[in-house]
Design a protein around this ligand. Structure first.
Ligand code: 0O2
Length: 204
């Protein structure tokens, strides 16, 4: 075991004394996304972001994730092995804006891009769609950025809610199948909405 790792007691923060620095990194990322949003709003004549959220993963969720991954429940695991202590979710009206925000984040050269998961072009088998980026800040902290459309976000929220409803009896297979169908229909609507937006922009 590395000597730098400290075992946390439940009374201590799993983030140890690094929480203020973590919050600073989260705020800096949030400001960067706000700046990209402002740039694109000026260029497009409309705000590409419907809403966005930032969070530091809660103490309980982080501890639970360490255990689930078979990691010691330490500050080192939380900040340097698990990569979503900082989480940002950017929700756009149109799918092209998701990819454009992603492109601008990369072009900024401010972060190392550690991992990228395109669940938009390659949806999960259950229908989940979203674009995930894991970035590393210069100070070594990681953040997960999830970018998605309103439709994708609505589906994910509903699916998350249903996942924790325990008593679905023998209907599980039907629910899974119906959720997948809804995800595919929403994806098709996203494409139609994008086409309509493109037609409107061509008029300008
Ligand atoms: P929370 O509370 O949202 O942070 P890992 O992060 O390594 O444990 P994985 O599967 O490699 O897991 O990462 P992935 O696929 O990038 O997913 C990470 C996050 O995406 C999840 O975070 C969810 O927020 C979201 N997500 C992924 N798949 C689904 C899905 O099928 N349905 C919904 N509703 N959300 C999903 P956490 O840590 O689970 O939770």
């Amino acid at each position: 075991m590395q000597t730098t790792q400290t075992t946390q007691t439940t009374a201590e923060s799993i983030y140890g004394n690094e929480r203020p620095a973590l919050e600073q990194a989260c705020a800096a990322l949030s400001e960067h996304i706000a700046a990209i949003r402002a740039e694109m709003t000026a260029e497009l004549g409309m705000d590409p972001v419907e809403h966005y959220l930032t969070r530091i993963k809660s103490e309980d969720s982080m501890r639970e994730k360490c255990r689930r991954k078979g990691l010691p429940v330490t500050t080192h695991s939380a900040l340097h092995i698990i990569k979503d202590a900082i989480g940002v979710r950017v929700v756009c009206a149109f799918v092209d804006d998701v990819f454009e925000i992603c492109r601008r984040l990369k072009a900024s050269g401010q972060y190392e891009f550690v991992e990228e998961k395109d669940y938009i072009r390659h949806a999960k088998p259950n229908g989940y769609r979203s674009y995930h980026l894991i970035i590393r800040f210069q100070n070594g902290y990681f953040a997960e950025i999830q970018l998605r459309t309103i439709s994708m976000d609505t589906w994910a929220a509903l699916e998350h809610h249903l996942k924790y409803k325990k008593d679905v009896g023998g209907k599980t297979a039907l629910i899974v199948q119906e959720l997948k169908r809804c995800a595919d229909e929403l994806a098709s609507t996203d494409l139609s909405m994008q086409t309509i937006r493109d037609m409107i922009l061509e008029q300008d």
